[in-house]
Write a protein that binds this ligand. Structure first.
Ligand SMILES: Cc1cc2nc3c(=O)[nH]c(=O)nc-3n(C[C@H](O)[C@H](O)[C@H](O)COP(=O)(O)O)c2cc1C
Length: 184
């Protein structure tokens, strides 16, 4: 089970990126994770332009290859202005023509404070539905990552928070494996 971890934030001390980094660095045995920021990263992508479909920008080709190589994708995004950050929607737009998320098991983890982030979640569900991803609703989780829990190195310093994030990854991996397992 290889899971691609995609953050919707470009901020260096991002709580969303730190959450995914914690999952990646503390992944349980048997779960292979790829942290998209290690591969290229959200900020590497140019603004979406349908004219560039025939000659893809290298960063877009890398993104599509990373999704294609993954069995499942886990997202973690902040909410901006009641919706998704433009740079993250841009990433999702680049996958539409490629069909890369079609049928792919996906879920998201929200690290927003309790009562926040519902707009981002709703919009992410809309886009994932549009691209035909297989959203595993039961594996979508909420783990509040307070800014103070992210160190200057971009890592989650709080052990209980880290453990909850790793548990969310394990739940998603199990659910995604069940979805992708060949039927008997
Ligand atoms: C431009 C901008 C717009 C934001 N809009 C919202 C919003 O609509 N709702 C909300 O709950 N938080 C909003 N926030 C707060 C962010 O979601 C919050 O700072 C989050 O921690 C950012 O994620 P990050 O730490 O991964 O960068 C906004 C922040 C910025 C910079």
């Amino acid at each position: 089970m290889r899971i691609l971890l995609v953050s919707g934030s470009t901020r260096a001390a991002s709580t969303n990126s730190a959450a995914l980094r914690a999952m990646h660095e503390h992944r349980p045995a048997g779960i292979d994770t790829v942290w998209y920021e290690d591969v290229a990263g959200l900020a590497s992508l140019p603004a979406f332009n349908p004219d560039h479909e025939d000659e893809l920008p290298p960063a877009v080709a890398i993104l599509r290859a990373a999704i294609d190589a993954a069995d499942a994708v886990l997202f973690c995004t902040p909410e901006y202005a009641g919706s998704l950050p433009g740079s993250f929607k841009n990433l999702l737009d680049w996958t539409v023509r490629g069909g890369n998320l079609y049928g792919k098991p996906v879920a998201y983890v929200s690290v927003a404070a309790p009562g926040r982030g519902a707009g981002a979640e709703a919009n992410l569900r809309t886009v994932l539905g549009y691209v035909g991803a297989t959203l595993i609703a039961d594996a979508c989780a909420r783990v509040f990552v307070v800014r103070e829990a992210v160190g200057s190195d971009g890592r989650v310093t709080d052990r209980p928070t880290r453990d909850q994030l790793v548990a969310a990854l394990a739940t998603f991996a199990e659910a995604a494996a069940a979805v992708t397992a060949p039927s008997q």
